[in-house]
Ligand binder design. Structure first.
Ligand code: CAA
Length: 387
């Protein structure tokens, strides 16, 4: 068993770390406070190839493996989780979904722009009444012969106001339940697409989250993804990979908070010595370090399974539930280690604590991950393991 990153993966890690420290760190507090979308930073991420990392170079991507992707996600999330969710949605939900299930025409027309970051994509599954219960889609796509007519509302859409392409999940034949659901590529410039209010969020405040309304949007037949009725399975497959990205985001938030707490504890003195020399703090740091390492192993393993072409549905849920809960605990403890300084914006850890929370909610709540894991283990697969 080999735990080393390859030369190429180490180079990606270094590039992502340098970018995050030089380009993202300086403005991260202001962007969070002002809910300011990181337009220039996203443009630079595109230039560096972070928006289509796993896409075949033939379509403008980086042709990298999933491990390189999670390594980059971790480094960027250590500094700015708003930027990393933009990156995660574009890479794992939109680009991967189109590359894996799209037609050649769809790839030529859309993937080439999305992989280079010329265009940004959004994934539109959640609705006011369909969050965890994703089969209960109310958005409809009526078959009109040469096109579909799409009507409905989508909620909490990351990249909602800044994307040029939406992958929209909609019900075509309610009698068929989830087998009547389809996925469509919708351009946001099309008539009938309305970008609703921007959400004022607890965390990842610089990311752009909107409600979207679709009113009689004419979607060409050629923009349906996969066979008729494939939409729900498309969403589930795409989310399995998306959860690896969000697990990597959570890993980065947790690791970033831990690193800040470690540095602070070695500088700050109380009762005549650095607080790291007090067992109360040293043991907190020990727990944080252990949990970060455990999360990293789960995240890397789920990416490795994906790279090997093996089943990663349960592994990605395990990585996400563990990493997101680790991120929440670790960021909260990092605030505690910082004491009063941790409660103010300048020291970053309060933002990380707010940012960590969403990783337990989006791309499937912790409860949904446990549902996926428990169904898998109770159906006769007690371990995901590679052993
Ligand atoms: N791959 C392929 N097919 C899958 C699948 C997978 N991983 N998981 C389920 N399916 C298939 C099932 O096989 C079944 O098909 P058949 O009937 O043909 O066998 C079908 O999908 C329905 O599955 P279930 O019966 O298991 O459906 P369910 O309603 O009991 O549960 C669920 C499904 C796992 C709870 C699912 O609804 C789910 O994952 N919910 C959470 C939704 C979610 O993650 N939303 C995130 C929003 S996107 C987001 O947050 C992006 C962002 O902006 C950051």
């Amino acid at each position: 068993m080999v735990f080393n990153l390859t030369e190429e993966q180490l180079a990606v890690q270094e590039a992502a770390r340098e970018f995050a420290q030089k380009e993202l760190l300086p403005g991260v507090i202001d962007r969070d406070r002002e809910m300011r979308y990181p337009r220039e930073e996203v443009r630079k991420m595109a230039e560096l190839g972070f928006l289509g990392m796993m896409v075949d170079p033939a379509y403008g991507g980086g042709g990298m493996d999933a491990i390189s992707y999670v390594v980059a996600m971790e480094e960027i999330s250590k500094v700015d989780a708003s930027c990393s969710v933009i990156m995660s949605v574009n890479n794992s939900l939109v680009c991967w979904g189109l590359e894996t299930f799209g037609t050649e025409d769809q790839k030529q027309h859309y993937l080439t722009k999305l992989a280079t970051g010329e265009w940004i994509g959004a994934f539109c599954l959640s609705e006011p009444e369909a969050g965890s219960d994703a089969t209960s889609q109310r958005t409809t796509a009526v078959d009109m012969g040469d096109h579909y007519l799409v009507n409905g509302t989508k909620n909490w859409i990351t990249n909602g106001g800044t994307s040029q392409v939406h992958l929209v999940i909609a019900q075509t034949d309610p009698e068929k339940g989830h087998r009547g659901i389809n996925a469509f590529i919708v351009e946001t410039s099309w008539e009938g697409v309305t970008i609703g209010a921007k959400e004022d969020k607890l965390g990842i405040r610089a990311s752009d989250t909107h409600t979207i309304m679709y009113t009689d949007v004419k979607v060409p037949k050629a923009n349906r993804i996969g066979e008729d009725g494939f939409g729900f399975k498309f969403a589930m497959k795409v989310l399995s990979g998306g959860r690896i990205g969000i697990a990597a985001q959570a890993l980065g938030i947790g690791a970033g908070a831990y690193e800040l707490a470690l540095a602070y504890a070695q500088e700050r003195e109380a009762f005549g010595k650095p607080i790291s020399q007090h067992q109360a703090i040293a043991f907190k740091l020990a727990d944080m370090a252990t949990e970060v390492e455990a999360a990293r192993l789960l995240v890397y393993r789920s990416a490795w399974l994906k790279d090997q072409g093996k089943d990663y549905d349960t592994a990605s849920s395990m990585a996400k539930v563990f990493a997101s809960e680790m991120a929440m605990r670790t960021a909260t403890e990092a605030v505690q280690v910082h004491g009063g300084y941790g409660y103010v914006k300048e020291y970053h850890v309060e933002r990380m604590m707010r940012d960590a929370k969403i990783t337990q909610i989006y791309e499937g709540t912790s409860e949904i991950q446990r549902l996926v894991i428990s169904r898998s283990i109770l159906s006769g697969n007690p371990y995901v393991g590679v052993l």
